[in-house]
Design a protein. Structure first.
Length: 279
């Protein structure tokens, strides 16, 4: 009886050991499979090498079918195993699941530098330098111009128009008459010999006033230089005749009708030297 019990106990212990070993070996198998599945497979010849712009700018690695740029480099004597240094194309790979094929690498969009065979002309910017005048030189004002030292370009200097200052009215014509001023003052007797009303004004002293036909008015104590304007209210022509008086600082201005446009006058100016100008 004891012998049978010992055999049964040993059989049970042996069976337990076998089952425990099986259970311990089970996790190792899936982990190995997962390790094999997670190993990425990289495509050495991705499709992006045959799409623009890489098809015409990037050399494919050795062992891959040549694209357009690789064929062009081979014709020109270049090596197909070296890519252009200025065009580095980053390629990222993703793990491939067992049930999926090789995925196309994701290539970020970057600005590609110009290939060596494509020349680029860069025009340098030449700063304009202003020369300050010396103390003994006068300062001349001229419009700013930008000069370039690039060969083959001509710089034209803009033409600055010159303006001529017109002479003063007293320099263009001779005075109609000259009177003696009284302490720099003058009194004007304005006589309207026409039948129409005349509007007159002492610039800076009086507002426009009306003088009836066949009448006169005295403008006293005007400081020279002084300007008096006058015109007929009916739009007719006026002929002004200044008549100096024997009394210092007195002037009589008679207004008559005129038929010649060349003799029409509308302004009288008395200068500080007593010169009387009519315009």
């Amino acid at each position: 009886m004891n012998k049978d019990y010992l055999k049964l106990r040993k059989s049970a212990e042996l069976l337990g050991a076998i089952c425990g070993g099986l259970l311990m070996s089970l996790p190792a198998t899936p982990q190995a499979a997962v390790a094999q599945q997670s190993t990425p497979r990289v495509n050495p010849c991705p499709r992006i090498f045959y799409e623009e712009p890489h098809n015409s700018r990037v050399v494919v690695p050795q062992g891959c079918p040549p694209n357009a740029f690789t064929q062009q480099r081979e014709v020109q004597g270049g090596t197909s195993s070296q890519a252009v240094p200025s065009q580095q194309v980053p390629i990222t790979t993703q793990p491939v699941a067992p049930e999926q094929g090789v995925s196309t690498p994701q290539v970020p969009t970057t600005t590609q530098p110009v290939a060596p065979e494509q020349g680029v002309s860069i025009t340098p910017q030449v700063p304009t330098r202003t020369q300050s005048p010396s103390p003994e030189q006068g300062v001349s004002v001229s419009p700013p111009t930008s000069q370039s030292s690039i060969p083959g370009q001509s710089v034209s200097t803009p033409q600055v128009p010159t303006t001529t200052q017109p002479p003063a009215p007293e320099q263009q014509q001779a005075p109609s008459t000259t009177i003696a001023l009284a302490n720099g003052r003058v009194s004007v007797r304005l006589v309207n010999d026409t039948a129409a009303n005349v509007t007159y004004e002492v610039i800076g002293d009086t507002a426009p006033r009306s003088l009836e036909g066949k009448s006169d008015v005295m403008l006293q104590g005007l400081n020279a230089p002084v300007t008096v304007t006058f015109q007929r209210e009916d739009g007719g022509l006026l002929r002004a005749i200044p008549q100096p008086s024997s009394e210092p600082g007195m002037l009589e201005l008679r207004l008559n009708e005129a038929t010649d446009v060349g003799k029409d006058r509308g302004t009288m100016r008395i200068q500080q030297n007593g010169a009387v100008l009519l315009n």
